[in-house]
Design a protein around this ligand. Structure first.
Ligand code: CMC
Length: 438
């Protein structure tokens, strides 16, 4: 493909010479100047497809939600830098921004909060569903099943327009997923479920549902509530990552919102994606057991014959420090100072980071701490058990998934996602009856 972009009918194009044919392909330019070659007509025109395992170089959609620049470490939601939102916004307001495309007026924010409160209870029959799950089941498995089950517990609403119905579904999900997460924790302990309170904010309610007990009331603390807001804001969207792509892909078959989100939760569970926050803490704990000596872990991460990776390091898009990790590190300090607590895992993490960032392997591979490197330490300090870490990520990512699903759903040019492949199996062969097989 030649890089000599030229204009055709005033539009930039790329010229491709392939299989003896020369064709012009349109170039698409994003609002931040990012360019892509539109190859959607390639197969029709040439019989060729593109090959891009892992879609590292594929733009799957146009999106107006989140902008990332992996080289410069930039992350913006609807144009607003994540640093500003982390400092000034709340998770509820950021959710509104992502889903609706603009910051809410006071009236809009109030209406949204009222809806979140109205939908915060979970159908009592769902508790039976929870109770019958094996106690040792991973909370992410439970969460994805429960979210999928929401459609059965809350079928279509008659008499509402499509937009009204969607609003109800969105607020239901945002509100109930938080309640279900706390409920599953309580049930796993064999404790009484704590219901949401109308007088508490979204984040305060979650902490209260998680940690309040009849014998030991939970003391809500503004700094910790703020830390949770920031934690969730930092996770709220990350453009076309694995779980979001799963939501879009499954959603493209026009399944209901709950089913698409359930697919996203399942994808997020993986240790290379959202499961990394749990994996980081488990790795730091192993280093602690090893007397704090992380050198063997670094050596293993660098060994090409060893599948081990330094968890919380590296990112498909960021080739510099993940901007979310910088903020998360500050939140760590604030939370630990507030609780007047030292976490030995934080010391290990900081020393590990210092050494890794100077190591030629990590430098050459552009491997920097990602959001998960410090997030587990924040969650530990808040009292969240390790096996709930990825659930915390999922609650945070929910508004992003919803916004991306909605964008796809509202797109008049939506398409069922159906990639192609390069087949490498046997050429045509014939069925052999079982008695004649060798
Ligand atoms: N430790 C050691 N080596 C690494 C690491 C790591 N954490 N990450 C990447 N590499 C190496 C990898 O071995 C490969 O080396 P080589 O080219 O010599 O074979 C090279 O870097 C490129 O790796 P890749 O897997 O092709 O790159 P990717 O863009 O697919 O990887 C990643 C992205 C996140 C899957 C990877 O960096 C990783 O596995 N990190 C650890 C898991 C983790 O922390 N995940 C959380 C990601 S942030 C949260 C989220 O958004 O989900």
């Amino acid at each position: 493909m030649k890089d000599d972009t030229k204009t055709m009918e005033g539009r930039e194009t790329a010229t491709l010479i392939v299989g003896g044919k020369t064709i012009e392909l349109p170039v698409i330019t994003g609002s931040e100047g990012e360019k892509g070659i539109d190859i959607s007509s390639l197969r029709n025109k040439t019989g060729y497809i593109t090959f891009d395992p892992g879609f590292a170089n594929t733009g799957a959609c146009r999106s107006a939600i989140t902008f990332m620049d992996g080289e410069q470490g930039i992350l913006r939601y609807r144009g607003i830098p994540v640093e500003e939102l982390a400092e000034k916004s709340t998770f509820v307001e950021t959710s509104y921004l992502l889903i609706n495309g603009h910051l809410p007026s006071s009236q809009e924010l109030n209406g949204f909060s009222v809806l979140l409160n109205d939908h915060s209870l979970v159908h009592e029959d769902m508790r039976t569903f929870f109770s019958n799950y094996p106690r040792e089941a991973h909370p992410m498995g439970i969460l994805s099943s429960m979210v999928n089950a929401l459609r059965s517990f809350y079928p279509r609403l008659e008499g509402l327009s499509r937009v009204e119905e969607l609003n109800v579904q969105v607020t239901r999900l945002l509100s109930k997923m938080r309640t279900m997460a706390a409920m599953s924790y309580k049930i796993s302990l064999g404790h009484m479920v704590v219901y949401p309170r109308q007088d508490l904010s979204y984040c305060a309610n979650f902490l209260n549902m998680m940690f309040n007990t009849p014998v030991k009331p939970y003391a809500l603390d503004d700094d910790l509530i703020r830390a949770l807001n920031v934690f969730w804001i930092l996770h709220a969207d990350h453009e076309q990552n694995c779980s979001t792509s799963a939501v879009r892909l499954v959603g493209s078959a026009r399944v209901n919102l709950y089913a698409a989100i359930s697919a996203g939760i399942t994808a997020l569970w993986g240790p290379l994606h959202g499961g990394a926050n749990q994996a980081v803490i488990e790795m730091l704990e192993k280093i602690q057991i090893n007397g704090g000596d992380f050198e063997p872990f670094i050596a293993r991460a660098k060994d090409r014959n060893d599948p081990f990776r330094l968890m919380g390091f590296g990112h498909r898009v960021y080739k510099t420090y993940d901007p979310r990790a910088l903020i998360m590190k500050k939140v760590c300090d604030i939370v630990l100072a507030k609780l007047n607590r030292k976490d030995p895992l934080l010391d290990i993490a900081m020393r590990l980071e210092e050494v890794a960032l100077k190591d030629p392997y990590f430098v050459d591979h552009n491997l920097y701490p990602n959001v998960d490197f410090y997030s587990g330490i924040v969650l530990r300090a808040l009292g969240i058990p390790t096996n709930m870490f990825t659930v915390m990520f999922a609650i945070g990512r929910l508004p992003g998934w919803i916004a991306q699903w909605k964008e796809d759903h509202d797109d008049p040019n939506w398409k069922l996602v159906r990639p192609r492949q390069i087949y490498t199996g046997p050429e045509q062969t014939h069925y052999v009856p079982i008695e004649k097989r060798g």
